[in-house]
Design a protein around this ligand. Structure first.
Ligand code: 5AD
Ligand code: FES
Length: 346
């Protein structure tokens, strides 16, 4: 926890403004830069300059939950709610396939309007049309039986961030109806069903301490997920946490590097939230050990409606084709976006 705190503090680090991305040529490295080079080198040994992409399909912004930080929480009456049809979802995947995506992530709020069977059917159809692709679900908490049904239908992976590994902190971020125990149970159920599991947390979420972040690392060390997604907390104006401070780029980068060192084989995305608080955020994430990016494949017409936080990037008309844009941006930092499922290799 102390290391996280010290490394995250900008003011104690006069060289921190010197963002020398090439790293090792400097005689004296700041601790922050030292951490970065270690994480970068480890990622490079294993993955070379390859970055894996996942096509994100945000298929519903309807949610029965009311997380205090989330823009699509049930109580936010300003959201224009939508549900994509099965045909729309399949069209997103088809389009993504042409663009070189070999993983599709179906992400949605906890929307009871999709039956378990309907989700299974969509998974099955995507796998039939694109047998060389992985399907990832990111659809919240469900029973063991439901997760099993979806796994049998062909789902390969599941994303469910634990959000925080401290029970008290969890209770400050979520209303009473949501349970930390159930969150954890879901994650272990997913693992036992043979999903590649992704977990993670927000950096700088309200009331979070450095000890909490250390607890997150400890929790992940026990869970041993294949994927770990983290990003800065970014306020959304129509939530109870609207006035809470945003997470920092620096602390997020510190945590990405620490995760890389702890989990050399993990698939770690450089997230949209990091790209939202800094123009070069996602590229800097790669420089700190991240190796995945998850561009939006949702129809442009719904993108602005899936606003978990304010000013989310890639939601405008110009973003219909994120792939080309990301290719160029990754290349400018020496990385190459590849056409690959990007499975976890043990
Ligand atoms: N800022 C940053 N991340 C957020 N998420 C939800 N709301 C916010 C926010 N305001 C994250 C949560 C969730 C993931 C899909 O998005 O960690 O698990
Ligand atoms: Fe939908 Fe948190 S508000 S899961």
């Amino acid at each position: 926890a102390e290391a996280i705190e010290v490394l995250s503090m900008t003011q104690n680090d006069p060289l921190c403004q010197n963002t020398n991305m090439s790293g090792d040529s400097k005689d004296v490295l700041t601790d922050f830069e030292y951490l970065r080079t270690k994480a970068y080198d480890l990622a490079h040994d294993r993955f070379g300059n390859r970055i894996y992409i996942r096509g994100l399909i945000e298929f519903t912004n309807i949610c029965k939950n009311d997380c205090y930080y989330c823009g699509i929480r049930k109580s936010n009456s300003h959201v224009d709610r939508y549900r994509l049809t099965k045909d729309q979802i399949l069209a997103c995947a088809d389009e993504g396939y042409v663009l070189g995506f070999r993983t599709f992530v179906l992400q949605g709020g906890e929307d009871g309007g999709f039956s378990d069977g309907a989700i299974a059917d969509i998974v099955r159809c995507i796998k039939e049309r694109h047998p060389d692709c992985a399907v990832t679900l990111s659809f919240g908490e469900h029973s063991y039986e439901t997760y099993k049904l979806w796994r049998m239908a062909g789902a390969d992976r599941y994303l469910l961030r634990h959000e925080t590994a401290n029970r008290k902190h969890y209770e400050r971020l979520h209303p009473e109806k949501m349970s930390y125990d159930n969150r954890v149970r879901c994650l272990y159920n997913l693992k036992s069903l043979g999903y590649q599991v992704g977990s993670g947390f927000m950096v700088g979420s309200p009331y979070q301490t450095s000890v909490n972040l250390a607890e997150d690392l400890h929790f992940l060390a026990k869970l041993q997920p294949q994927m770990i997604g983290i990003g800065p907390y970014v306020p959304h104006k129509e939530t109870p946490f609207a006035k809470m401070e945003q997470g920092t780029v620096r602390q997020t980068l510190v945590m990405i590097s620490m995760l890389r060192l702890m989990f050399p084989k993990a698939l770690i995305p450089s997230t949209t939230s990091l790209g939202t608080i800094a123009a070069d955020g996602r590229e800097r994430g790669f420089m700190h050990g991240a190796n995945v990016v998850m561009p939006n494949l949702s129809p442009v017409s719904v993108r602005k409606k899936y606003e978990l936080y304010d000013n989310k990037i890639c939601t405008g008309e110009e973003s219909a084709q994120c792939r080309g844009c990301l290719d160029r941006r990754a290349e400018a930092f020496g990385f190459q976006i590849v056409v690959d499922r990007g499975d976890y290799i043990s």
